[in-house]
Every structure is written in C-alpha cells, then in structure tokens.
Design a protein around this ligand. Structure first.
Ligand code: PGA
Length: 249
C-alpha cells in the first residue's frame, strides 16, 4: 500500500499572519488521516510559526528548497539543520521554478536529495516536461533523463523513502491540467523507470501529480492507479480548496 500525500506548495505567498489563519483553518478540517498525509510548504520566513502550530498535528511541514551545504558562507541559503529545528520533515527539490529561475540541474537536485535524506528529511523530487518538449513528442525521453539524473546513485533505502512529483510545466499555474489519461501515462512510465532501478521502491514510492490541481479535477486525477497524491500550488492557499483536494484522495 502506497502512502497518499497531498502537499501544498505555497511558493512566495503567506506572511506570518496569513500563515497562522490558513493553518488554523486547515487544522480544523476533517479527513481520514490514515488515508492521506497532508503536507504544507510555506515560505522560509513562515516555517518557524508553522512548525509551532503544526507540532504533533496530522499536518506535516515541508520547505520549498534547501542548500546542499551544511553551513558557511552561502548567502541566502538555508540548511537541513535549520529546517529540522523548525520541525520540517519534507523538502521540495528541483521544482521547475527553481530549475527555470535558479538554473538548478538534475545533478544538483540529486546532491540535495542525498543531503536531505542523510538529515532525515523526505525529498519531494519534481520532474516534468515543457510544452515544446511535449509537442515534440519528447515527454518520456525528458522525464526518463530527469528520473535517472535526480535519482542517480540512490541507495535502495533512499529510493524507498523519496517522493516524486510529476509536474508538466505547461500545467503549472496555467489552469491547464493534464487529463487523467495523460498524467497516468507519465506516472506509469516513471514507475516503470524506477522499477528498472529498484523493483521494491517502484511499488512503494508515492508519485504525486502537480499542475493546476483543484477540487473540480482532483478526484479524477487521484483515481488513477499510479497517481498517489498531488503537489498543489494555487489551490493550496485556500483552506476549503486544499481540504477538498485532501478529501478527494
Ligand atoms: P499550481 O502549482 O497548482 O498552481 O499549478 C503546482 C506547483 O507548482 O507545484
């Protein structure tokens, strides 16, 4: 049985008071905690506040990125230790916005994932193609290269404890969602590729879909056999929408 996960990527949204109000609404929400693990990933400045509010709750805390370095002269960076001390247990790595605006590569994401795992954080590793790549029929090729690159030299244990998020870039923040068939095709393909690396990990690794997930399309997407949850951007900023997506699992 794979773990279902609905993770909210708040991106650069949420000051301290907005974080408090949103989390209070989410904490008051109802769902089957055995069935779905909820995760929220607020911006760095809100993590400490969020960590206190979520302590010993059924909502886990994640960061949106982290440094591959332990400490030192890396202006603007945040280490695994800093994330652990505010109560984070997950970290999103290789989001397409990090790849696009901060030139993050598969190799860097691979290094960060190993560092995260060593520290005890669960990496949510993002992959996904651009519209141009999809139109050129390169989806499998692109995603395979990202999977092989980001998961390179993973121990079996690390592979089993990772989370993958398939996020077609053309569907992020655009309102255009992949159809359940399109998403399932890539999720199945990713699971096959992981099986080539480690058969047991392929069975247990949660693969989340991301890209304009909302209450109206969540159930159909989450109903696909290889879709184990969602990485939600825009809709994770509204408590009612995020709770509806959690309850669609
Ligand atoms: P979106 O973002 O749900 O707003 O499309 C998803 C993501 O970027 O993780």
């Amino acid at each position: 049985m794979r773990q279902n996960i609905i993770a909210g990527n708040w991106k650069m949204n949420g000051n301290i008071s907005e974080t408090k109000s949103l989390l209070e609404e989410l904490l008051a929400g109802k769902w089957d905690h055995q069935r779905c693990q909820a995760v929220v990933c607020p911006p760095y400045t809100a993590l400490s506040t969020a960590g206190k509010l979520l302590h010993e709750s059924h909502i886990a805390l994640g960061a949106q990125d982290m440094s591959e370095h332990a400490s030192g002269a890396y202006t603007g960076e945040i280490s695994t230790d800093m994330l652990l001390t505010v109560g984070a247990t997950y970290v999103i790595l290789g989001h397409s916005e990090r790849r696009q605006y901060h030139s993050e590569t598969d190799k860097l994401v691979n290094t960060k994932a190993k560092v995260a795992f060593q520290a005890g954080l669960t990496p949510i590793i993002c992959v996904g193609e651009t519209l141009t790549q999809r139109e050129a029929g390169q989806v499998h090729e692109v995603v395979e290269a990202q999977i092989n690159g980001t998961l390179s030299e993973f121990s079996a244990d690390l592979m089993m404890k990772s989370v993958i998020a398939y996020e077609p870039i053309w569907a992020i923040g655009t309102g255009k969602t992949a159809t359940p068939d399109i998403a399932e095709d890539v999720h199945r393909f990713i699971r096959q590729k992981i099986a080539e690396l480690d058969a047991d990990a392929a069975e247990t690794i949660p693969i989340l879909y991301g890209g304009s997930v909302k209450p109206s399309n969540a159930a159909e997407l989450l109903g696909q056999p290889d879709i184990d949850g969602a990485l939600v951007g825009g809709a994770s900023l509204k408590a009612d929408d995020f709770l509806a997506i959690i309850n669609a699992v």
